[in-house]
Design a protein around this ligand. Structure first.
Ligand SMILES: *Cc1c(COP(=O)(O)O)cnc(C)c1O
Length: 449
């Protein structure tokens, strides 16, 4: 009889499987500068049958028994098996809803379109999936006696919000570096409210990134930006969860926006485990969608990934993916090659219009999701995606975090964008007759014959 399974995981260089580090070591890159990934003892995991894994995951979903009701920690053995449950810092992230966008799909000519609402999460974006893992590991390291004075990131948006919330829940100091004057109120308020140490520096995002690397190197502050592959381990559960929500039937397409390209790498990494451990028997195709203003992966894809050149990203409505030199480029290219991948891009007008068209059918999308929707519409028009295909779009953040561009869109105030689906408020005196006439006219023009 085999004994109790001994699940193990470690950091490993993506270029040399022999270069390994324990997960409680403070290390972010391999000796030659390449990225690390978290590797798992597959032999140990494969001692449990696919049927038993499926049953375990199903039994745990949404339960209150700590910490397994979290979408991430319900798959603890596949994520971070050796961390003590007492040290896990979770807001029961994951298990986000996947719904059939029936009306939106029908308008486009797609019968089987689904949206995975990763933004329906504690801090409003998928970044929670990765941050629960990273902050839990930090708490575990502190409990093992490691001296970690604080966790830190450079970010203007969703990463700093997630880090601040999880660090606050754990009682760990969080330090957030933001470029002064370049951050919206919505982006600033989450770390402020969660009690993070917020620095507004006279520089841009790259300048903040330099500072955070320096404090990580010289002062032992733990780096929470996405080059830290612990985050990928949590984020990888999203693809597993989607397949689980379809009762282990693999959809034809998964479409995801990409900036630093950690999330598309994570999506593929989770799906790899499903295939390796026999829970599913095929792979979906993955589409990575980029804003035309920040499209270095798209340009590389045009040349079959033979070359990759960083670019200077221009401003885009999709602010979280305005990145010209993505950290996870090597992982992303490998992921797309394994998943018969496609990279598509979207202009600013396409992003805004796709968001607005989808919103009119009851969705409420962030601009990054708009990039994915626009890419999907293009592939559908080119007949690459067929009308009967099952398509899942990964919505990365809650639309309410990104309302400035929606307000401007509907006020027709976005420069260079026609706002084809604008829906401005109608201003009238408060008189029944005038209101009734206009109301009936509007109902008829929008929904009439
Ligand atoms: C971080 C983020 C992305 C991009 O993810 P990468 O891993 O950087 O490619 C997309 N959308 C939203 C809302 C994000 O916060």
């Amino acid at each position: 009889m085999a004994g109790k399974p001994e699940y193990r995981a470690w950091f490993q260089s993506i270029e040399d499987a022999a270069e390994r580090y324990p997960l409680d070591e403070v290390v972010y890159t391999a000796s030659n500068g390449s990225l690390l990934e978290v590797a798992h003892d597959r032999d140990e995991l494969s001692k449990t049958s696919a049927t038993d894994w499926k049953a375990l995951f199903r039994d745990r979903s949404h339960i209150t028994e700590w910490p397994y009701g979290s979408g991430v920690w319900g798959k603890k053995e596949w994520v971070l098996p050796e961390v003590d449950n007492e040290n896990i810092v979770s807001m029961y992230e994951g298990n986000s809803n996947l719904f059939w966008a029936d009306r939106y799909g029908r308008e486009l000519g797609l019968e089987d379109l689904w949206i995975k609402q990763c933004g329906n999460s504690h801090t409003g974006s998928f970044k929670d999936l990765g941050m629960t893992v990273l902050v839990s590991m930090v708490k575990e390291m502190v409990s093992r006696g490691k001296a970690i004075p604080a966790v830190a990131c450079a970010s203007t948006g969703d990463t700093s919000a997630a880090l601040s919330a999880y660090a606050a829940a754990a009682g760990l100091p969080a330090v957030v570096f933001l470029p002064r004057g370049k951050v919206s109120i919505a982006q600033l308020i989450q770390p402020i409210a969660n009690g993070a140490i917020v620095f507004a520096l006279d520089t841009d995002f790259d300048g903040c990134m330099e500072i955070v690397r320096e404090v990580a190197q010289k002062d032992g502050i733990y780096l929470a930006n996405s080059m830290n592959s612990l985050r990928i381990e949590g984020q990888k559960t999203v693809g597993i969860e989607i397949c689980e929500q379809f009762d282990w039937e693999v959809p034809d397409w998964m479409i995801i926006p990409g900036g630093n390209l950690g999330n598309v790498s994570a999506l593929a990494k989770g799906l790899d485990m499903l295939v390796d451990l026999g829970l599913v028997d095929r792979r979906p195709r993955i589409v990575c969608a980029q804003a035309e203003a920040a499209n270095p992966l798209y340009l590389s894809y045009q040349r079959d990934f033979a070359v990759f050149e960083p670019i200077a990203a221009r401003p885009t409505l999709a602010t979280a993916i305005q990145i010209g030199n993505p950290v996870s480029i090597a992982k992303a290219i490998s992921a797309l090659q394994r998943y018969d991948g496609i990279v598509e891009q979207a202009s600013e007008a396409e992003i805004a219009d796709s968001c607005a068209r989808a919103d009119k059918t009851g969705l409420f999308n962030c601009p990054h999701t708009g990039v994915a929707l626009a890419a999907m519409e293009k592939l559908l028009r080119r007949d690459v995606i067929k009308s009967s295909d099952r398509v899942v779009v990964l919505s990365t953040a809650h639309g309410l975090k990104f309302i400035d561009f929606k307000v401007k869109y509907h006020e027709m105030a976005l420069k260079g964008i026609a706002s084809d689906h604008a829906n401005a408020a109608i201003e009238l005196p408060a008189r029944y007759g005038a209101v009734r006439d206009e109301m009936l006219r509007q109902i008829d023009s929008r929904f009439g014959g």
